[in-house]
Design a binder for this molecule. Structure first.
Ligand SMILES: Cc1cc2nc3c(=O)[nH]c(=O)nc-3n(C[C@H](O)[C@H](O)[C@H](O)COP(=O)(O)O)c2cc1C
Length: 231
């Protein structure tokens, strides 16, 4: 990765890869996507992950606020720090998915609420009354937008034969923010773990084994079509 002025430049050494998958349709890519919890110790080509982030950030943002940012950890010492701050030694040794720790890239997407409140103070958005306190936002669009970009990253990864697992940060978020000097106001979505899959050690998480709900249970049509008694 090169720095030119304040811009990071990506190299494109991977674009000639003969391993590119042939069917890159969105539906094929979506059907291939599964969370991967076991990675091999192999680094992606220099600049590849940064290039994926660059593409992923073209997803829509509310009012074009563009308040989504990412912390990319792709150096071994930083990745070790991340896991060290996240889990105690004891929790790590008993962890169900040790193959997660081998992933060569961790991406923490953030929503930056102030970029949204500032944007919604502008004339064309002032009618929304969302230019003040972020608590006024019924839907925190900074997290919506961060989630859109993160989904795009998961699909883009497949295109270059990388796999991912998104996990929550839960009570680890504050420790991680402090360790990596992340501004207090930045809201982390979770962490996207990215790398090459260990196809010898495919481990399904318990949640992953849950059956997909039928389409007719999740799609409602017209008026009063919400009859599911469970809720
Ligand atoms: C918002 C979100 C939070 C998640 N948190 C975790 C997590 O903390 N730990 C984990 O192992 N998987 C986590 N996952 C992955 C889900 O368990 C996984 O996506 C789900 O079981 C469906 O499996 P699939 O991704 O292979 O289709 C999370 C996924 C999402 C979207």
């Amino acid at each position: 990765m090169r720095t030119v002025g304040r811009w990071l430049k990506t190299s494109k050494s991977w674009s000639n890869s003969s391993n590119q998958i042939t069917d890159n349709s969105v539906s094929a890519t979506l059907s291939k996507r599964r969370s991967c919890r076991s990675f091999i110790d192999r680094e992606p080509p220099e600049g590849l992950v940064l290039d994926l982030i660059d593409k992923a950030r073209r997803t829509p943002t509310a009012g074009n606020s563009q308040g989504v940012e990412f912390l990319l950890l792709d150096e071994k010492s930083l990745i070790d720090d991340f896991w060290g701050v996240s889990f105690s030694e004891k929790d790590r040794s008993g962890f169900s998915f040790p193959g997660l720790f081998k992933a060569p890239a961790l991406i923490i997407p953030f929503g930056v609420p102030s970029l949204y409140t500032d944007r919604y103070k502008e004339n064309d958005k002032s009618y929304t009354n969302l230019g003040g306190d972020k608590k006024d936002w019924k839907v925190p669009y900074w997290l919506t937008d961060a989630a859109f970009a993160t989904m795009a990253l998961q699909l883009l990864a497949i295109e270059v034969e990388l796999e991912t697992c998104f996990i929550g940060l839960f009570d680890r978020e504050e420790r991680i923010k402090e360790h990596f000097s992340i501004p207090e106001s930045y809201e982390a979505l979770g962490v996207l773990i990215m790398g090459y899959p260990d196809t010898q050690k495919v481990t399904l998480g318990r949640s992953q084994k849950r059956k997909r709900r039928p389409l007719n249970e999740v799609v409602h049509r017209g008026v009063g079509d919400f009859r599911c008694e469970k809720f």
